[in-house]
Design a protein around this ligand. Sequence first.
Ligand SMILES: [Zn+2]
Length: 293
Amino acid sequence: VSSPPRLALTPGDPGGIGPEIVAAALAEPSVRAAAEIVVVDRAGGGTHPARPTREGGRASLAAFEEAIDLAARGECDGIVTGPIDKRSLARAGSRFVGHTDLLRRRLTGATLRMMMVAPDRLRVVLVTEHIPLARVAESLSTEGVLATIADTRRGLVDEIGIDAPRLALLGLNPHAGDGGVLGREEIDLLGPALERARDDGIEIEGPFSPDGFFAAGTHTDFDAVVALYHDQGLIPVKIFGGPTTIGVTLGLPFVRTSVGHGTAFEIAGRGKADPTSLVTAIRTAADLVARRR
Ligand SMILES: [Zn+2]
């Protein structure tokens, strides 16, 4: 009999809904049965203002760094993270935009991909993440798209356990460019990326026009969808996943999952917060640890 997966759980920003959803999740028998959970909390108890604060940012960062250390030392099998606030991090003097950014820096050399998951419905990996929309088109390259495709496939095979994954690539422009009339990125960048990916033995189709792709349910034919920018990928995954939407980081030496929502300061401390995403993140992390063993 192997020991249960051991997971480090960080509540995220102490002023947000993180602390209450941690308490609610830990009260669920299915969560306690799935894993041995170590809560890593650096907020020091008490009540915290329900808004971005320097203290909240500091506590979020300190707990996350401690959780990374625990996982890196093998003292736990994975990390599950609650919601942090980018403004709190900035006030704490952090130059990191978020958890994944910090992980990239701490684990230099690791190519990490954030995969957003609507369980049993949709997996999405982004080519560009947290950059202004005005910079998306100029940030795209054949190499960058190809690298995202290759990392997605590797993660699905090695970390998620899908033997021969089928991928889809979305287009950038309306109607995926309509043969070049509505934009040329599909012809100049995405087509060559798809060709090279197929040469490398990756099963992938595209570039699809995103509106029709999701409206027709075409995403159900694929194990993951590579989207070019934040809202293109995250709007459908959050609609399909609802409160069960989570994030899974690909490319780490340990398992890491996260909630699919933010700090929700506006309802923090009122007993209204839904722990479903955190419960899903914990149970998924436990499953992924078991798969890696
Ligand atoms: Zn985001």
